[in-house]
Design a protein around this ligand. Structure first.
Ligand SMILES: Cc1ncc(COP(=O)(O)O)c(C=O)c1O
Length: 425
């Protein structure tokens, strides 16, 4: 069957409350948000009218409330529209684009991404996701038998797996520690990691925002402690990047990986790898490029043919991010999280696995004493049409709830009512 672009756009938008409105979408949103004046981050956080305008840009599932935005983010309509346009235009001259234009476009997108990330452009690579960014480092640094890597049992499974692989291959020792769910001070976290280090420790894995609880770690302070002992630091920023406001260079990790399809809301398959300039030569690239000097980040860019339209759409996602405002985004996501956690905290048998205040932002995790996480998440979906995800690990037992910019307080009221009913059962 022949599919025209117009009918394809219609199909792509089917099921979404917001149809694809056209290339002027972002300009329209900009004008409508400007009408609110220069709202401060905190001033905007509880402004439902402001966020209703942002919500109109997102595809909203018609038959359930999506509170599982931790896996990945939907693209807002302006980014999705731009992505489709990039694909259509490149598809019309694939080889020409790849040979004549791709390199310049990559430079331009990297410049914008580096500016957003708060680091020099010659310290970043665009990858497919956090897993690839982190793996480039885990498998690329020189590690010898007897060397130790320190990590924690709340780090993301794929990173732990990659270190275990290095353990089999190179005889690396993986030291997996437990970290507190509700630390009282940053020093408590620094000490927890410091206690695990020995003279053989070479590298430290740190999750900036723990994916299963939403806890934010004091990465800079832990990195300072590690560096003082000559240990290099690999930061997993999958959930913090474009979610909370920070400069990658300010965190001072030696290496950092993040996914852009999570909180920057790019198309699936976009990530960033940052390596401090003077550390680039410490990582061997898997795929070449011997034509590049050892301290040139572009040695990691010989990755073969891949969808260039995804790379181009990163610039569109950045424009959306700037328009909403990174500070306002962080404040809104924290407001939404605290909106529901403050209310369920009052319900008998409900406990929180997420710390309070600035130690968390949009992601939080709760449990009900005596009930399995899987049973709670299933009941939320089957009985109340609220989609979350169960976390049933040794350190954390609960249900992860992740709202997004399009989430309304009305939807969170529905969650609070549902948790109350389940806890009383
Ligand atoms: C902390 C953390 N690291 C890494 C990843 C992997 O991200 P990706 O699948 O985009 O590589 C995730 C995914 O949820 C995560 O939460």
């Amino acid at each position: 069957m022949h599919t025209t672009r117009r009918s394809f756009l219609r199909t792509a938008a089917a099921g979404a409350v917001v149809p694809i409105l056209g290339p002027r979408l972002l300009d329209g949103l900009e004008r409508r948000l400007e009408a609110f004046g220069g709202l401060s981050a905190d001033g905007a956080a509880a402004q439902e009218d402001y966020w209703r305008e942002v919500r109109r840009m997102f595809p909203i599932p018609a038959d359930y409330i999506n509170l599982e935005n931790g896996y990945s983010s939907p693209q807002p309509a302006p980014t999705y529209e731009a992505f489709l346009r990039h694909e259509a235009s490149i598809n019309g001259g694939l080889s020409f684009y790849m040979r004549r234009k791709k390199a310049d476009d990559l430079v331009a997108v990297k410049k914008q991404l580096a500016e957003l990330a708060g680091c020099p452009a010659d310290e970043i690579v665009i990858t497919r996701n956090t897993t690839e960014s982190m793996g480039t480092v885990i498998h690329g640094v020189d590690l010898a038998p007897g060397d130790e890597a320190v990590m924690c049992n709340q780090d993301y499974g794929s990173m732990l797996e990659q270190f275990r692989q290095q353990s089999r291959r190179r005889g690396l020792t993986c030291v997996e520690i437990a970290i507190p769910l509700h630390p009282r001070t940053d020093e408590e976290m620094v000490d927890t990691y410091a206690r695990a280090m020995t003279s053989r420790t070479k590298i430290l894995l740190l999750s900036h925002m723990v994916n299963i609880t939403g806890q934010i770690l004091p990465v800079r302070k832990i990195a300072d402690m590690a560096h003082a002992r000559g240990v290099s630091v690999l930061v997993d920023a999958a959930h913090s990047f474009a979610h909370i406001v920070f400069g990658v260079a300010d965190l001072d990790g030696d290496y950092l990986g993040a996914s852009l399809h999570k909180w920057l809301s790019t198309p699936l398959g976009a990530g960033i790898l940052h390596i401090k300039k003077d550390r680039i030569r410490t990582v061997w690239p898997l795929l070449g490029d011997t034509a590049m000097p050892a301290d040139d980040i572009r040695k990691f860019e010989r990755i073969g043919t891949h969808p260039s339209w995804t790379v181009l759409a990163i610039a569109d996602a950045i424009r959306f991010q700037k328009l909403v405002g990174p500070e306002r985004k962080e404040a809104r996501l924290r407001y939404l999280q605290q909106y529901w956690t403050d209310r369920v905290r009052e319900i008998a048998k409900v406990y929180l696995n997420t710390p309070t205040g600035s130690r968390a932002c949009g992601i939080a995790n709760f449990g009900i004493t005596g009930q399995r996480p899987g049973a709670i998440a299933e009941a939320l979906f089957d009985r109340f049409k609220i989609y979350t995800v169960a976390i049933d690990t040794v350190p954390v037992k609960g249900v992860r709830v992740t709202p997004h910019l399009y989430t309304t307080t009305g939807e969170l009221d529905a969650l609070v009512r549902a948790v109350g009913e389940l806890a009383r059962a």
